[in-house]
Design a protein around this ligand. Sequence first.
Ligand SMILES: NC(=O)c1ccc[n+]([C@@H]2O[C@H](COP(=O)([O-])OP(=O)(O)OC[C@H]3O[C@@H](n4cnc5c(N)ncnc54)[C@H](OP(=O)(O)O)[C@@H]3O)[C@@H](O)[C@H]2O)c1
Length: 239
Amino acid sequence: MSENHVWLITGANRGIGLELVKQLLQSPSNTVIAGCRSPSKAADLQGLAAQANGRLHLVALDVSSQESVTTAAVEVARIPSIAEKGIDYLVNNAGILPGGYDTAFGMDFSHLEQTFNTNVIGPARVAQAFVGLVEKSTKKTIVNISSTMGSIGSDPGAHGSSYAISKTALNMLTYKEAKEKSDITVISMCPGWLQTDLGGSSAPLHVSVGVEGIIKTVAGLTPSDSGKFFNMKGEIVPW
Ligand SMILES: NC(=O)c1ccc[n+]([C@@H]2O[C@H](COP(=O)([O-])OP(=O)(O)OC[C@H]3O[C@@H](n4cnc5c(N)ncnc54)[C@H](OP(=O)(O)O)[C@@H]3O)[C@@H](O)[C@H]2O)c1
């Protein structure tokens, strides 16, 4: 029999987050906490919860708000099974790209501030709030959903600057978290260019392909992978 695992996914209302919830629920060994800004308006998640036999919990979680994240952590810790077993996989997925194809010399700094608050401080504050539950679990893993756009070693070019800068900073957060706590496994993960609202319709891959790759790669992680940056094929991405 496979081990039971608890997953927490931020930004689960649509796109990659919603697809992660769908695919994880296909295995009866997974329990999923879906963080979203407005559970009462999250029709797709509500539909999944109605079929999930108690294996899907919806939690209000706005990663750009400290109050929201703190309240969510208290709420999740009150779920008896989670309080006992912790969170095996914390997936910091929520992210935004308000600046589009902006450039370093042309970007609107309000876009840089927004991306930093959601894409960098968001995952940092979620990790701080939930690390106690992660450390209680068997897998003790944090996955920061990043992008090769933030990989200087991949030479991503001039455009998408505010977003890319935020993902490069997120990668350093991964590194710092991995160095600070050797009992947990922390990675950055690029899901690939996927057809979502953020990825756009020109993206080459259906969201389900990238999410299959994320789940397969994450399920195969070992503690020696902590502090690394993977793509959805399980290959190392240069920082
Ligand atoms: N799609 C790609 O090609 C691609 C490539 C590389 C990396 N990524 C990364 O993958 C992650 C998910 O992207 P996606 O393509 O699924 O984007 P998406 O379709 O635009 O969905 C973004 C999700 O994040 C949520 N979100 C945004 N701000 C939030 C906040 N402050 N608090 C909580 N949730 C928030 C959104 O919630 P609402 O529905 O409430 O707005 C939505 O559920 C992001 O980190 C993105 O940078 C995507």
